[in-house]
Design a protein around this ligand. Structure first.
Ligand code: ATP
Ligand code: LTN
Length: 334
């Protein structure tokens, strides 16, 4: 029996991923490459919607690829590629845009939030069509599952609607994908504001644990994380969001159960616990940071991996695109 297929993407919008990106998304990608036919892309075209500096986008795309490999993606066991290297993504996106209602696209909360922030005159049309490009990313590969965070649920729903609409208008073409969305436990919160998620777009970096940050800086951030009143190390998201967040992080990276960690720290104070969390985090991240920097030093090796990834991806993507073009009535070039 052939394996189910998964596809996911991550934007190269920052120099470093943070612990939320890893525990909420990339860790699942690493596990899924063992059981699924997995396609993962760095979605550089999506990143253009936030008008990044060209040099930064270029470097962040390479840094993202290097980090994904250092975090455990194995280019021999999954297809790792850069979105803009496979032109079929844009080509299918146009077909998806022609299939989407204006009202339907206007209801996407990510678009609504961003357009409210900057206003209709300044919001780019790319932010509006972002979900149709994402639908193309997924549908080109006939993915069965899409591992993403909760914030992407609405985009997956739209993708499913578009796939169903296309199939019923033009005949069976696309696999209908499902979101592979983790439960609340995998959400990591800001160290300074443990009620908001750890996010690249937070106002301050002090609540963010970045994968590529030095151990000294990450230790300092963890030691100054906001904690709660009382002195018990106990998981209680309502009353103790700060300590609960640190327990989630400690548990995810050490493999110990939360209950066992609570026992281990019985009678000890927040200071001891934070020191232990800092140690687990920095020990976990040290080899990842080292390998990322080594990979970035060997540009031609990275480029080789990306070339092979794009070639593998293109075979699947071009087949779907040709089928779509044929079904909607475009004549083949011959
Ligand atoms: P921004 O907050 O600026 O939108 P981000 O930090 O959320 O950026 P994305 O590139 O949008 O990063 O997300 C990449 C993946 O990481 C997504 O699947 C997303 O759901 C997941 N993710 C992001 N932040 C967290 C978090 N704090 N906890 C768990 N998962 C997260
Ligand atoms: N919108 C997603 C990134 C993304 C994606 C995709 C995720 C772009 N294309 C295809 C899964 C499948 C985000 O912001 N996290």
């Amino acid at each position: 029996m052939s394996k189910d297929r998964v596809l996911s993407g991550i934007q190269p919008t920052n120099g470093s991923f943070h612990l939320g990106n890893y525990l909420g998304a990339v860790k699942q990608w690493v596990e899924l490459q063992n059981t699924h036919d997995a396609f993962y892309c760095v979605v550089d075209l999506h990143a253009l919607t936030s008008s990044p500096d060209p040099k930064e986008l270029h470097q962040n795309t390479l840094t993202s690829v290097a980090q994904l490999i250092a975090l455990g993606l194995d280019p021999d066991r999954c297809t790792l590629f850069v979105q803009s290297h496979v032109p079929a993504h844009n080509q299918l996106a146009w077909v998806m845009e022609c299939l989407t209602g204006f009202g339907e696209a206007s209801r996407m909360t990510q678009f609504k939030d961003k357009s409210q922030k900057v206003g209709n005159e300044r919001i780019g049309v790319g932010v509006f069509t972002y979900p149709m490009l994402m639908a193309a990313d997924i549908l080109l590969y006939q993915a069965n599952q899409v591992p993403v965070g909760e914030d992407q649920r609405q985009h997956i729903e739209l993708t499913r609607d578009l796939a169903q609409r296309f199939n019923s208008t033009y005949g069976q073409t696309f696999t209908i994908p499902e979101g592979y969305i983790l439960k609340a436990g995998a959400k990591i919160y800001d160290l300074q504001d443990p009620t908001s998620k750890m996010s690249k777009s937070a106002d301050s970096l002090s609540g963010l644990i970045e994968i590529l940050e030095t151990p000294e800086v990450n230790t300092k951030k963890i030691k100054s994380a906001v904690t709660d009143t009382g002195r018990e190390i106990k998981f209680d998201e309502k009353e103790k969001p700060g300590i609960s967040n640190l327990l989630t992080i400690y548990s995810a990276l050490s493999g110990s159960k939360v209950a066992d960690i609570e026992k281990e720290f019985e009678g000890k104070g927040y200071g001891d616990f934070k020191g232990a969390v800092a140690e687990v985090v920095t020990n976990y991240l040290a080899p990842i940071r080292k390998q990322t920097l080594e990979l970035l030093d060997d540009r031609s090796h990275l480029e080789k991996i990306l070339k092979a990834g794009a070639q593998k991806a293109e075979v699947v993507a071009d087949k779907t695109l040709a089928d779509v073009y044929n079904k909607v009535g475009l004549i083949p070039r011959g």
